[in-house]
Design a protein around this ligand. Structure first.
Ligand code: MLT
Length: 265
C-alpha cells in the first residue's frame, strides 16, 4: 500500500500480521522486497511493517536525503499507521537509520535489532569511496554500481551455492532509482558517528551479523554488543552481509526468539 506522510512524501509500505509492531528498514541499495521471508514468517508473531525508504522502491524521492531524514520519515510513518512504539530492525544502512531513530525519537523505539551494521561514521577513505560511487553512478548508471556492490554483499557460501539469490539481489540492485542511490550515498558519507550513543541504549537490543559479512564484519557487531549493556549477539553461520536473505530461517529464529522476550514489556 501507499501512505502519504505529513511532509507530503508518498511512501510504499508492506504490512503483514498484527500484535507487536516490527519496523523492518532495508539496506542500501535495496528496497522492502528484501524482507519477504521475514514478512512471511515473523508476521505470525508480529505486525511487520516494511517500507521503501525515500528514493527507493516505489517511494517518492522528495528532496534532500540524510540518515536523520530517513529516521524522521520512519517516525512519521509510525505516526500515520497509529503505532506508538515499534521494535526497530534495520540491516546495514537500515541500522544507521535505527540508531538515528533511537537518538531522535527514542519514545518510538520499543527495542532494536541491528543487523550487519555498525555505529561508526565513514573514515576519510570511506568518504572518498562514496564520492567515487556517486561519480560512477552518474557516469555509467545504476547497473555499474550494482556490479561493484554485489560481490561484497553476499557471503562466499551464498555466492558459490545460491545462484538464485545472487540473481535476486542483482535484480533488486539494478532496479534502484538513480536519484535514491545518489541521495543514500551522500547520506551515508555524511552520517554522524553513533558510537557514543550506544551506551545510552536502554531498550532491549539484538545485534545480528553474518559470519561471512565482509562489509560490516563480526568485529563491528561485537564492538556494538560490548558497548550496549544487556544487548544480545547472534552470529549467523554461512551468511554474509545480507544475513536476513542468505539465511532467513536462522535470522527469523533469532529475531523470533528475541521478540518472545519482549511480550508484555
Ligand atoms: C548497506 O548494505 O546498507 C551498505 O553496505 C551500508 C554501507 O555502505 O555503509
Amino acid at each position: 500500500m501507499k501512505v502519504e506522510l505529513p511532509t507530503g512524501l508518498v511512501m510504499a509500505v508492506e504490512e503483514a500480521g498484527d500484535s507487536l509492531p516490527l519496523l523492518l528498514i532495508h539496506g542500501f541499495p535495496l528496497n522492502r522486497s528484501m524482507w519477504s521471508e521475514q514478512l512471511a514468517e515473523l508476521s505470525r508473531e508480529a505486525r511487520c511493517i516494511a517500507p521503501d525508504l525515500r528514493g527507493f522502491g516505489e517511494t517518492g524521492t522528495g528532496g534532500l536525503h540524510g540518515i536523520d531524514q530517513y529516521a524522521d520519515d520512519m517516525a512519521e510513518l509510525l505516526e500515520v499507521l497509529g503505532v506508538q512504539r515499534a521494535v526497530v530492525c534495520g540491516l546495514s544502512m537500515g541500522g544507521y537509520v535505527a540508531l538515528s531513530m533511537w537518538k531522535r525519537h527514542p519514545m518510538l523505539v520499543h527495542a532494536m535489532v541491528l543487523a550487519d551494521t555498525k555505529a561508526g561514521a565513514d573514515t576519510s577513505e570511506g568518504k572518498s569511496k562514496r564520492d567515487e560511487l556517486i561519480a560512477l553512478t552518474q557516469r555509467e548508471g545504476v547497473n555499474a554500481l550494482a556490479a561493484q556492490q554485489l560481490p561484497g554483499m553476499l557471503g562466499k557460501t551464498s555466492r558459490s551455492e545460491n545462484p538464485e539469490l545472487v540473481e535476486r539481489v542483482r535484480d533488486i540492485l539494478e532496479s534502484a532509482p538513480e536519484a535514491g542511490v545518489i541521495g543514500a550515498l551522500q547520506a551515508m558519507r555524511d552520517r554522524h558517528d553513533s558510537t557514543a550513543i550506544l551506551s545510552s541504549v536502554q531498550v532491549p537490543t539484538l545485534v545480528i551479523v553474518g559470519e561471512e559479512d565482509a562489509l560490516t564484519p563480526v568485529k563491528e557487531a561485537r564492538s556494538m554488543f560490548d558497548a550496549m549493556p544487556g544487548s544480545r549477539l547472534e552470529i549467523i553461520p554461512g551468511a554474509g552481509h545480507l544475513s536476513s536473505m542468505e539465511r532467513p530461517r536462522d535470522f527469523n529464529q533469532a529475531v523470533g526468539s528475541f521478540l518472545s522476550t519482549l511480550v508484555g514489556s
